[in-house]
Design a binder for this molecule. Sequence first.
Ligand SMILES: Cc1cc2nc3c(=O)[nH]c(=O)nc-3n(C[C@H](O)[C@H](O)[C@H](O)COP(=O)(O)OP(=O)(O)OC[C@H]3O[C@@H](n4cnc5c(N)ncnc54)[C@H](O)[C@@H]3O)c2cc1C
Length: 391
Amino acid sequence: MPSHDILIIGGGPSGLSTALHLAKFAPHLIPRILILEKEQYPRLKLCAGGLVIDAERILESLGLDVREVPHTDSREVRFDFAGKGLSVRVPRRHAIRVIRRDEFDHWLAKKAKIQGLEIREGVSVKTVTPDESGVTVETDQGNFRASIVVGADGSNGITRRSIFPNDPVYTARVLEVLTPALPQKYLAKTEEAERRQVAFFDFFPVPDNIAGYVWDFPTQVKGTPMRCWGVYDTNLLADQKRPALRQPLADEMERHGFDLNDYEIKGHPIRWYSPWNKMSMPRVLLVGDAVGADAIFGEGISMALGYGVIAAQEIAESFQRGEFSFNGYRRRVARSGLGQTLFVRWLITQVIYSLKWRWFQILLWRLLKPIVLLVAWIFVLNWSQRIPLGK
Ligand SMILES: Cc1cc2nc3c(=O)[nH]c(=O)nc-3n(C[C@H](O)[C@H](O)[C@H](O)COP(=O)(O)OP(=O)(O)OC[C@H]3O[C@@H](n4cnc5c(N)ncnc54)[C@H](O)[C@@H]3O)c2cc1C
C-alpha cells in the first residue's frame, strides 16, 4: 500500500492552499505530501468566482499574482433590497474580482506543481479510516496509507462524512445561471450598460422565506463578457413556508430582459460555518467548505485559502512535535481573523435573515448604510490581516 506522511483529499482552493502554505512554512515536508483530486484539471466547479480582497492578499503573500488568471473586475458592489440600497467601492482598486473556477483552480494547481508538490488527478476517495498509527484512505485506484489526512473535499466531501457520519450539516441551497452580458434589446440603454461593471446582491427574497439573496455579477467565458446570476438560500427559514428557489431568480432576470427558461440552471449546496461544526479528530483535519464557508453570502474562496494557512501551521507544528491529535486546531482557527470573521458572519446571518420583515430589510440595506458599512469593514473584510501569513 503506498504510504505518505500527508494526504490532502481535494485539489480545490483549500487543499491547494494547505499544500502551498506547507511548502512555505515547512519546505522539508514537500516530498512527503500527496494531493488526491478526483477530477482532471481544468475541471468544472459551480461557483460565481467572486474574489474579495482577502483572497488576493493571501495569494500575494504566496508570491502569486491572480491577474495571470482571466478575470473581470467590478468597480462597485451593490447590496440592495428590491433594487435600492448601498454601494461599496474600494479606493484606487476594484471592489471584487471575478474569475472562472476551472481556470483559477487549474492555475493554482500549476503553481503547486511548480513548488514540487505532487497532485494525482482522477483519483476518487471512497472512505477515510483513521486508527492509532495512521489513516487508511480507500480510493477507486487502490488504498493509500498516511500519517495524517487533510479533508479538503468540499461541501459534500467524503472525509467529513467518513469521520463524522452523524454530525448535523448546515447547508445552503444555491442555483446558478450564465448568460450573455446584456440582452440585445438593452444594448443601447446606458443604465443597463452601466450594470456591466457592477456586482449586485439583492435581498428582496428574504420576506418570502428565502434567507439569502439573488446575485448578478459580470464575468467572462473565454474572453467573452457574460453575466453570472444566482440565488442563495441559507435554509435558515426552512421550516417555514417558502417559495421555490427558481422564482426570485427568474423574476430578477426578467427585470433585466433575460428569460431564465432560455438558460441552463445548475445547483450545488454550500456547507456554511456554524460554531458547532467539527473540524478535526486525531490524524485528520478539515479545511474549506468541509468545515464551512461564510454563512451570510456563501463566500468561500477566500475562506478556503485562509483555512489552508491555519491548517498548514497546525500540521507543520504537529510534525515538529511528532504528535497528531490536532487538539489545538479549533482554537487556532477561532483565534485567527478567519475564525473571528466566520463567527461574526454566522451571528449576523442569524439576525439579518431571521428578521425577515420587509421594513427591517429596507431599514438595513437602505437606511442604516454607515453602520452596515462600518460593521462590514471591521468584521467582514480585512480578516486576512489577522492570520499568520508569514514573510
Ligand atoms: C453556485 C455557487 C456560487 C459560489 N460563488 C462564490 C463566489 O462568488 N465567491 C466565493 O468566494 N465563493 C463562492 N462559492 C463558494 C466556493 O465555491 C467554495 O466555498 C469553495 O470552492 C470552497 O473551496 P474548497 O477547496 O473547500 O472546496 P471545492 O472548491 O469544492 O474543492 C473540493 C475539491 O475536492 C475534490 N473532491 C471532492 N470529493 C473528492 C473525493 N472523494 N476524492 C478526491 N477529490 C475529491 C473536488 O473535485 C474539488 O476539486 C460559491 C459556491 C456555489 C455552489
